[in-house]
Design a protein around this ligand. Structure first.
Ligand code: HEM
Length: 425
């Protein structure tokens, strides 16, 4: 990172930092999104960026992009849908266009039609009904690792469990959901590698699967209150059915979004608890504290940093001019530790008074509809893992995901099953 002339500690919502007439316009290499990372290195860099270069530019990913590191700036973009659109590109790096996929690729009011249908599937009643199955799946997937005393919590659990939960949530056969997960993982890897040909090919496979699911539901509809695909095929907006290509895009998007984030997130909680055995013991002895811990983990380890928007007009952030049409990455991973909003933001703190301001699930119209299911999956995982062990710890090299995700791809661990083995054995 090179210090930038506009370095200061002012809040970027204050003038004159927002005055286009005085805004600066250098396109520098402020940071490298592809620098190799450890479990802590990105957050160390982002602390520096928040302090000294909160509105950064990178020449990376073909054509460059802007990145916002402070909570107030990310929040400003999320709340202003008139100025910042998701329809041009919703990630940095931009990937090959294979179709518009609601809800993420649409702005209001078009976006609203899809969210109305989707939101109905994440109500407390729906979540209560799904909970026992989610718990069974967590136990089923954790037990072999714990009984063996060792395993990779990312590879052997976090990359499998979300697909099985999604199968239940979306009424898909397990094998199909697992196949979708494998294709999605390769698809995300191709986006990260900016490999457009592979992106197109894998996106095509996901579209074909989405179309099959829709065809089946049109041929044999399920209860539209119990099946999201059926609900989308039967939904109307302002008296008209939703267009078939948009229903296809929506199902295609849901297939991927539901599985990606939990896969890189779950391992982070286990790394944290391995490094903080006192907290591990506290949660084992007080399982009622696990939901609060999960919420703080969500703040600390937000898995997205390359979700993007495009400004429809020139905008100024902290004295730097971003022109209409230029991509802007929202670094949620940094915003959630912004010390201006979360005092001692790098540390785990129980029951922060303003924890609800974390934006791991985004904010505004595109905020994650799947948050209740995600929270249930994460909480249930920790409840079962802690109840079934006396101790666990990381034993090998942690492999990190790459921008645009943040989180773990591999976490080798040992587990001491409950009631057996000494701590540290
Ligand atoms: C730890 C787990 C998860 C995290 C951290 C997460 C995070 C997010 C974030 C940050 C966004 C907003 C993206 C943006 O601002 O551009 C989002 C959107 C979305 N998420 Fe999640 N998500 C998770 C799990 C899920 C699950 C389990 C589902 C569905 C089963 C899901 C479905 C969606 C959908 C459909 C959108 C698009 C919403 C819209 O555009 O209106 N997510 N998620």
């Amino acid at each position: 990172m090179t210090p930038h002339p506009t370095d200061d500690r002012t809040d970027s919502n204050h003038d004159p930092a927002q005055d286009p007439a005085t805004a600066t316009r250098e396109l520098t290499d402020d940071f490298d999104p592809r620098a190799p990372e450890t479990f802590t290195s990105a957050h160390e860099l982002y602390r520096e960026m928040r302090a000294h270069c909160p509105v950064a530019h990178s020449e990376g990913f073909d054509g460059g992009f802007w990145a916002l590191f402070r909570h107030s700036d990310v929040n400003r973009v999320l709340r202003d849908v008139d100025t910042f659109t998701t329809s041009v590109q919703n990630t940095v790096p931009k990937f090959a266009f294979t179709g518009r996929r609601p809800p993420l690729h649409l702005d209001p009011p078009e976006h609203t039609a899809y969210r109305r249908v989707i939101n109905r599937f994440f109500t407390p009643t729906k979540m209560r009904a799904l909970h026992p199955t989610v718990r069974e799946l967590a136990v089923e997937q954790l037990t072999p690792l714990i009984e063996a005393g060792a395993g990779d919590i990312s590879v052997d659990y976090a990359q499998k469990f979300p697909a099985l939960v999604f199968a239940e949530f979306f009424n898909l056969p397990r094998e199909l959901s697992t196949r979708i997960k494998e294709i999605s993982a390769a698809y995300v890897a191709a986006i990260i590698a900016v490999d457009d040909e592979t992106v197109k090919q894998l996106s095509g496979k996901l579209y074909a699967i989405a179309q099959d699911v829709i065809d089946q539901r049109r041929a044999e509809p399920m209860d539209p209150e119990a099946d999201l695909t059926t609900a989308l095929t039967q939904a109307t907006y302002e008296g008209e059915p939703l267009p078939p290509d948009m229903v296809l895009g929506c199902v295609r998007q849901l297939l991927v979004t539901g599985m990606v984030a939990p896969s890189v997130f779950i391992g982070n909680m286990f790394v944290h608890l391995s490094r903080d055995p006192e907290l591990q013991t506290t949660l084992r002895e007080n399982p009622d504290r696990i939901p609060a811990a999960v919420e703080e983990f969500l703040r600390l380890y937000g898995p997205y940093r390359g979700m993007a928007r495009t400004a429809r007009e020139d905008v100024v952030f902290n004295g730097r001019l971003i022109k209409a049409g230029e991509p802007i990455a929202l670094v949620y991973t940094s915003a959630n530790r912004d010390e201006r909003v979360f005092p001692d933001g790098e540390s785990f703190v129980f029951d922060r008074p303003n924890l609800s301001e974390h934006i791991s699930f985004g904010a505004g119209v595109h905020s994650c509809p799947g948050a209740p299911l995600a929270r249930m999956m994460l909480t249930t995982t920790l409840e079962e893992a802690l109840a079934r062990t006396d101790d666990f710890a990381v034993t090998g090299e942690i492999v990190m995901a790459k921008w645009a995700e943040w989180g773990t791809n591999s976490v080798p661990m040992r587990f001491v099953p409950a009631g057996g083995g000494a701590r540290g054995a």
